[in-house]
Design a protein around this ligand. Sequence first.
Ligand SMILES: Nc1ncnc2c1ncn2[C@@H]1O[C@H](COP(=O)(O)OP(=O)(O)O)[C@@H](O)[C@H]1O
Ligand SMILES: [Mg+2]
Length: 249
Amino acid sequence: MLLEVANLTVCYDKAMLLNNLSLRVDQGELVSLVGPNGAGKSTLLRAITGLVLREREITRRSTGGDVMIKGRVTFDGERIDRIPAHEIVKRGLIHCPERRRPFREMTVGENLYAGAYLLQDRSRIQANLDNVYQLFPILQKRSRQISGTLSGGEQQMLAIGRALMSQPKLLCIDEPSTGLAPILRAEVFEKIGEIRRLGITVLLVEQEVGTVFKMASRNYVLSSGNIIAEGTGDELLQNEVLRKTYLGL
Ligand SMILES: Nc1ncnc2c1ncn2[C@@H]1O[C@H](COP(=O)(O)OP(=O)(O)O)[C@@H](O)[C@H]1O
Ligand SMILES: [Mg+2]
């Protein structure tokens, strides 16, 4: 087991965003997290990658409001639920957040190097860059271009490429296809499939349920901060209530 989340609860002041939920991701899997808007999918990724903990510190200092986090997160055999986000990154758990956000003023190449800021070994950085350019030839073509001038699809590829520069063991990707034209969405999914074939474990949040169910080894359905179902795509699609009420299929 690469990632284990056990009895995770997150409350912002009185609002419960995640309610005592548990999940696991095994080495080599592509696991999806689906569910309606506002279900808590992004919050779950943010809790796993240390960003909720960070927000708790900031909130306490600035507004005196409270963020409560309870439960256990174990990654690669070690508890990570009380360690800061940058330490989690060092362990190979990388978050590619919602709405692609490369540094807009920097070139594509600079953005990619920024993704490798934790690595010291120059030959390893170069090897990672070669791999990213092999996966996304368009990024190599545009390596000197200012990132803010890329198309939406290219910015998403860059966001994923930057995450890959740090050699993740587990890559958490939040809604990579949202807002893209259908042809680009298909390309993003194809690239995610390739990333998995490279041996990188993926936890994928997506709206496009039909497509991810075909790709993922297992899926979790989230609603109002609860996991209401888990299974392979075929298993979940057999449940008509689930299909109509929660998956929009
Ligand atoms: N910083 C925050 N403070 C209070 N409520 C939040 C905060 N961030 C998100 N929420 C609320 O938590 C719920 C879950 O949000 P989110 O995790 O973004 O859902 P999803 O990614 O599934 O659409 C939503 O109702 C949202 O409004
Ligand atoms: Mg979200």
